[in-house]
Design a protein around this ligand. Sequence first.
Ligand code: HEM
Length: 397
Amino acid sequence: MTEHIFTNYDDAANALRIKDLKQSLYDDGEVIMDQVLVCLHGEEHKKRRKLENKIFTRDIFKYYENEVFPKTIDETLEPYKVSGKMDLVDYGFRVLLNLTADFSGVDRPKKSKEETETLLTLLKIFASGATLHHSTRDHEEVKEEVKSALRDFDNQFLKPSIERRKTLIEKKDFENLPSDILTILLVNDDDLNLPYDVLQREIAFYLLAGAQTSIHSLVHVFHEIHEWVTNNPEEKNKMITDPIFVQKCFLESTRLHPSSPIALRKPVCPVKLPNDNEAGLGDSVVIDLYNSNRDKKVFGNDADKFNPHREPPNGQNLYGLSFGLGMHSCIGRNLAAGVNSKPDTDPNNHHYGTVTMILRELISRNAIPDPDDAPKMDDKTKRPNWGYYPIVFSSKR
Ligand code: HEM
């Protein structure tokens, strides 16, 4: 078995576009990832993606961003308003999990702290299943835990969410039918014929794909912004008055800190790679997103520095390859990151994405790292993520 590794931007981008390379990042995580969108290939992938894509439209984003998410952010912030302090990692998990649950179609009827807590516990167990490959624990034990969490998720959240939607579908009450992933799968059930266990994993995977990724991006960008305004105090006010600049900070930080440092593929037949080598069956193709995003040839000599004034390099995105490319490119990118701004974009009528929305809320409360409690990296994973990031609000609203 040969491992082909791509660390420069152009080769990495081209490798992601090769159709005969199949997803293999989750090969050991079948217990939660088997037959979910990101693991499908070819026609099967195309068909499900096309269907789920119907939820990722501008109008639906607009509805969520204007009507649903502000309430969800406020509800999740409520417990911290009095204390004026929080661990941003913990809060990030709660808020992004709730936002993703709304969009995926997981009802949260109580909208309470306890309900979020239960969902969060389940999410963390699902995540341990998806990343089983890196786990130092007994793999069979983790798998049993994931299966049990899936059963709890089904009983407490998924079944009631399905029943509510099915009743509305039967009554043809389309006005009250939510626009979310679960609904689109139920409405198209006859065509898709998804076995129930696949539906269960698909929705659980959406929670993972939406929350687990954005949370780390949120904490990284908060840190980068704090460092930036500390070194460039003249830009502090811009963070309050210029939301498009805040969105650019997020995109730049996401380039430097991709939530998954690599993408992994395996050939379905002999494949010619961007460096002209051939990969055969049984080989592995590693696409190093972290280093490709810091390629000086594409992003300039300061490629490994945070610079929110960076112009997008020739035809490329400010966020580099952090949302992937090709057939598996992130379907939720606009939800998390909004749409790219143009020089004439009206800031009052712009789609910013969930992470910038949360950031703006924190900035409006003058959130800063807690001067008495230092942040720490997460030592439970090899990924360079923050594990604890205490912040305080210096103005309470
Ligand atoms: C900062 C936030 C996010 C980042 C950095 C991110 C990153 C990525 C990346 C790199 C991939 C490609 C994986 C691969 O090529 O193997 C991907 C795929 C995917 N993402 Fe995201 N993602 C984010 C947010 C979201 C959100 C909010 C959702 C949905 C609610 C989502 C849903 C998905 C799905 C379903 C796929 C699989 C697409 C397919 O296989 O066709 N992501 N994401």
